[in-house]
Unconditional design. Structure first.
Ligand code: TGC
Ligand code: FAD
Length: 408
């Protein structure tokens, strides 16, 4: 899909030649702004989704289960924190990371979520704040996907305000004694390596790695989710868990450490949701061209075109925003508020695209025969986690006014 005429050369442009063979909405030829490495990373993820994932999604979504065998497979393909270089990480650009997240989320937000939690959160936290010994101990298994990681920040009483966390780690000889609880934690019940954020004796937030089978740790999966059904989401409790002192991440001091990991995950989300939005757009476009009412395809009605044009327009803007963000990340020049703006905007437009696509599909849009209603429900979670839409409004609001509107 692209422009039909090139103004600069005043001759018809063979726009098909500009298209990649695996067609996808690219109205402003963003393809041309990517490197060969970035296209290759995207195409690898797209092939993986088409050949190994798509057939599994509907049954897994209905059953509320993640296809666990994909966790090591995604590791083997280099999908976890691929912007890092050591310990088996793929060492590709930030933009390639974004494109991989886009292809995963084109299939299902739960697939991208797994990569976000394992890579941008668990691996990233240990990579940024762990010692060399901790790197060698935990990173290879997480990067390969043979071991499952999680990132436990949110608590039952503290979601948007993690700074109020109550989970506590008390030093006792060669151990820390961990007490408290966490809620809404991706994969906490099965994770081998749990990065848990807790307040130390000095009152500052620190990061602690809790391994499997530690006495006093208990977890329960959250049932009844209408959204992100393919993801395992758990609540968990720590009752006098004895954690070896060497499991504390030495360089993590203060809430900023945990929040810095969110920056990597939020960047992946800003790209990822474009995949869900494109899938909704393409499904709605194909449906509108084939579905006839009043003797003509519904794509020929002005109101249907208005919805399709809005979707193409907003997806294009989101692509440009995400690309600029990752180019800034690549030169170390992205500020957290810029990441918030991209997460906020792109998740919001993806939700609106899913909503409009569902509308275009009529009754067919409420069944899982089409991906749209699943994306719509999934995006409700994506709008809430990693900072709600309104919290990102306040982060950007504080950045541009200099005034803090969080309350407190
Ligand atoms: P505030 O004073 O703003 O910040 C405390 C300290 O942190 C620093 N900081 C950051 N550093 C790096 N990167 C960032 N993005 C940062 N944001 C803040 C800040 O400079 C400060 O440092 P210092 O040295 O001055 O102490 O803290 P606050 O208590 O006012 O809270 C602000 C707020 C609301 C922005 C923050 O707490 C927030 O982002 N809340 C949203 C919570 C959230 O996003 N939770 C996510 C949990 S993980 C998750 O959802 C995973 S889902 C993954 C998936 O499945 O894909
Ligand atoms: P609350 O903070 O209670 O917010 C409720 C409402 O109040 C929201 O609309 C919010 O915008 C609004 N609000 C709050 N404060 C203000 C304010 N100051 N001004 C105006 N409005 C405000 N967390 C993890 O740590 N690890 C994970 O792996 C993880 N995975 C998740 C997976 C799923 C499927 C979901 C749904 C959540 C996950 N989370 C995870 C938790 C997620 O980060 C939190 O749900 C999120 O930060 C919001 O917290 P809350 O749900 O407690 O909402």
């Amino acid at each position: 899909m692209g422009a039909g005429h090139c103004l600069r050369f005043r001759r018809p442009l063979d726009w098909r030649a500009l298209l990649h063979d695996m067609t996808s909405l690219d109205y402003y030829a963003i393809e041309q702004l990517l490197t060969d490495q970035e296209r290759a990373a995207r195409d690898r993820a797209r092939r993986f989704v088409q050949e190994e994932v798509l057939s599994e999604i509907v049954p897994c979504h209905r059953a509320g289960k993640f296809p666990e065998h994909l966790t090591p497979r995604m590791g083997a393909l280099g999908f976890y924190a691929p912007y890092l270089e050591e310990h088996g990480c793929a060492g590709v650009s930030y933009t390639a990371y974004g494109l991989i997240m886009q292809e995963l989320e084109r299939a299902d937000s739960g697939l991208r979520s797994l990569a976000s939690v394992q890579g941008a959160l668990a691996i990233q936290a240990i990579h940024s704040f762990g010692s060399p010994e901790q790197h060698s101990r935990w990173l290879p298994g997480l990067v390969s996907g043979e071991r499952v990681g999680c990132f436990a920040l949110t608590e039952h009483g503290h979601g948007s305000d993690p700074g109020g966390m109550e989970t506590h780690a008390r030093r006792e000889g060669k151990h820390y004694i961990l007490n408290g609880s966490k809620c809404w934690i991706g994969n906490a019940s099965i994770a081998d390596v749990k990065v848990v954020w807790a307040r130390g004796d000095d009152g500052r937030v620190g990061g602690f790695v809790v391994e499997r089978d530690v006495p006093g740790f208990r977890a329960q999966d959250i049932e009844g989710k209408f959204s992100l059904r393919m993801s395992r989401t758990s609540e968990c409790w720590f009752e006098n868990c004895r954690i070896p002192a060497e499991n504390r991440l030495p360089k993590a001091s203060g809430l900023g450490a945990a929040l810095s990991c969110l920056s990597h995950a939020r960047t992946g989300i800003a790209w990822g949701v474009i995949g869900a939005a494109i899938d909704c757009f393409e499904t709605a476009l194909a449906y509108a061209k084939s579905r006839e009412q009043f003797g003509r395809p519904i794509a020929g009605f002005q109101l249907a075109q208005q919805k399709l044009v809005w979707m193409a327009q907003e997806i294009t803007k989101a692509q440009l925003l995400a690309l600029r963000l990752t180019r800034l990340m690549e030169i170390g020049a992205a500020r957290p508020a810029q990441i918030s703006l991209a997460k906020r905007n792109n998740v919001w437009i993806a939700l609106q695209c899913a909503r409009k696509a569902r509308d275009i599909l009529g009754a067919a849009g409420i069944t899982d025969r089409y991906s749209v209603i699943r994306h719509l429900m999934n995006l409700e979670s994506v709008s809430t986690y990693e900072g709600t839409h309104d919290i990102h409004t306040l982060i950007v609001g504080r950045d541009i006014t200099g005034l803090d509107a969080f309350g407190g």
